[in-house]
Ligand binder design. Structure first.
Ligand code: DX5
Ligand code: ZN
Length: 224
């Protein structure tokens, strides 16, 4: 694997009245990124946070903000999140009409551009933009909610995207989001993922810090 393993806990499953505490806990436990799920009630059937909350989290976070935009109009709104302080802004290939332009705008604004795809979207859909992004987010659930079951075909898709990257001579981070826990983490890492998003497996436990460390251990311990 070319990139070191990163864990990006999703605040979606944290207590929204105590986000600062959640950030402090996961950063102390070794979180590499902080995953923020922006949902517009249109691209996905849920409504979560917008730029003011990203801005507020930015004030208390020391790790990079990994902002996942589940919105119908990222071409118009991605810049809001760059301006709010997101370090990584990931847009859905299904939602962007002028994808290269939006990726360039994210980069020009000083953030890292990422591309993501739903479980029903083939890997080939992102082939044209692979050379222009620094992160590919493979959705392993249909986006919208935390706590859903991992979709098995994601493992093959990660391997396919890793092979596409090798053929293209590029090495973006390959991040996986949805149903990641101590069982699925080692499997997606073996397939080529290097960045793991986990929400409920971290925050819906009595000890989120230990849950984060367990996910990292599960994905880095070699099976003999
Ligand atoms: C789902 C979001 C995820 C979510 C993952 O639409 O994109 O980031 O928080 O939650 P878990 O880890 O519980 O599947
Ligand atoms: Zn997400």
């Amino acid at each position: 694997m070319a990139n070191e393993l990163f864990i990006s806990p999703s605040l979606l499953s944290a207590d929204f009245t105590r986000l600062a505490e959640a950030v402090e806990t996961i950063e102390a436990a070794g979180a590499d990124f902080i995953h923020l799920d922006v949902m517009d009630g249109h691209f996905v059937p849920n409504l979560t946070i917008g730029p003011p909350v990203v801005k507020a989290v930015k004030r208390v976070a020391s790790r990079p903000l990994d902002c996942h935009l589940m919105v119908s109009d990222p071409d118009r709104t991605a810049a809001w999140y760059v301006d709010a302080g997101a370090n990584i802004v990931t847009i859905h290939i299904e939602a962007s009409v002028h994808v290269h332009r939006t990726i360039q705008a994210i980069r020009d604004g000083g953030a890292i551009p990422g591309i993501t795809l739903n479980p029903g979207t083939p890997a080939s859909a992102i082939a044209e933009v692979l050379p222009y992004v620094d992160l590919v987010l493979v959705m392993s659930v249909n986006p919208g909610f935390g706590g859903q079951s991992f979709i098995e075909s994601s493992v093959g898709k990660i391997a396919e995207i890793r092979a596409m990257c090798e053929r293209a001579g590029v090495c973006p981070r390959i991040e996986v989001d949805g149903g990641i826990d101590v069982t699925t983490a080692p499997r997606v890492v073996a397939a080529g993922a290097d960045t793991l998003v986990a929400g409920s497996a971290i925050f819906c436990t009595p000890d989120p810090a230990e849950a984060l460390r367990e996910i990292r251990r599960s994905a880095t311990t070699r099976m003999v």
